[in-house]
Design a protein around this ligand. Structure first.
Ligand code: TXA
Ligand code: MG
Length: 325
């Protein structure tokens, strides 16, 4: 295990050289930061799991530099998903497609399909253009914790465990990609994310949406207790101070309006104008901020259940769930 401090910078040549050597590097995307390694190199993929403390039954998304490369790593794009790929790649969309044998089973946790996406970030697209392999990259957080939306978030948690983070600034979308695949021939959303279900449906008509299940998770990103702060979090109306706690011991995550009883430094307002895109882009940084305060409880408010609000609420509900044993 390396112990030198993790460097942050914008040196694509350096990141590419490290990745060619089988190292793991933090990369920016429009959704969240990824922990990237050569998807074709089993040692590099194993190192990703080790750095993240991620169980090996949880498969990784591979990232490619252009939609044209999907053919190379999968058995092809089904007709029913073609329009989505055309419209939203690059973008916050991941497709589940039958994999080529060249993709190691470790990447897909033995599953026949591979999750593939084209991230919409200029630095990472430039990086991918220099490489002749796809990048396997989960979100760059320790397993179960909130995803990072800045290079500093990555360094805060993984300092000394990876050599380099490519710093592409704050993530513009701020929620993980929406995962879509076919189920019985029908387009199905397996994880709500940065591409709203409504936006997908406006293009291809009604889709099935799989709700997360704790008993039989299709994907561990579907585990109920995931994307969670360490601090206990309850979903409630922030206008009301929770019983038996002094205001200074409570943090507030509000959608539009501050809670009158809470000290300003204990509060994070996601979007005073009620803009769900803005709320999404601020969500994870706000949760991290609150998680670092000296308080006993976070009170979080659900946002309207539409567009990106559905993915925001999904993350908040899971942050509020009891940890799984
Ligand atoms: O926006 C994103 O998707 C970010 C950025 C870095 O690209 N990545 C991300 O990766 O969120 P991760 O590993 O944190 O979440 C990927 C989810 C996991 O829940 C995983 O189980 C699911 O995708 N997944 C990956 N491959 C799969 C497969 N072959 N079949 C079913 N689910 C899969
Ligand atoms: Mg993740």
């Amino acid at each position: 295990m390396m112990t030198t401090a993790t460097e942050m910078g914008t040196n694509i040549t350096r990141a590419a050289a490290l990745l060619r050597q089988g190292e793991v590097v933090g990369i920016p995307t429009e959704t969240v930061y990824g922990l990237a390694g050569n998807a074709l190199n089993r040692e590099a993929v194993a190192a990703i799991f080790a750095v993240k403390n991620r169980p090996s039954f949880d498969p990784l998304i591979i990232h490619v530099g252009s939609p044209a490369l999907i053919e190379q790593w999968t058995l092809g794009l089904p007709e029913a998903l073609q329009a989505l790929a055309n419209a939203f790649m690059p973008g916050p969309l991941t497709l589940l497609l039958d994999k080529q044998p060249a993709i190691p089973d470790l990447v897909t946790a033995g599953l026949p399909r591979v999750a593939i996406r084209v991230p919409d970030h200029p630095l990472t697209l430039a990086l991918l253009a220099e490489l002749d392999f796809p990048l396997a990259a989960p979100s760059a957080n320790p397993f179960g914790y909130i995803s990072p939306t800045s290079a500093q978030h990555v360094v805060n948690q993984l300092n000394g465990r990876i050599p380099y983070v490519l710093d592409g600034g704050p993530c513009s979308v701020g929620l993980e990609s929406t995962i879509v695949g076919l189920e019985e021939g029908r387009p199905t959303v397996f994880r709500k994310g940065g591409l709203a279900v409504e936006t997908i449906e406006a293009l291809i008509g009604p889709v099935a949406v799989r709700e997360h299940s704790t008993s039989n998770p299709q994907a561990p990103g579907m585990l109920k207790s995931h994307y969670a702060p360490r601090m206990p979090l309850v979903l409630a109306d922030p206008a009301q101070l929770p019983d038996s706690l002094p205001p200074r011991r409570v943090g507030v995550l509000a959608f539009r309006e501050a809670a009158p009883w809470a000290p300003a430094q204990n509060q994070q307002i996601l979007s005073p104008d009620g803009n769900l895109q803005q709320a999404a882009s601020r969500l994870f940084a706000a949760l991290r901020y609150l998680d670092e305060l000296d308080i006993d409880l976070i009170v979080a408010e659900l946002v309207p259940e539409r567009d990106l609000g559905r993915a925001i609420n999904d993350r908040l509900r899971r942050a509020a769930a009891e940890p799984l044993q």
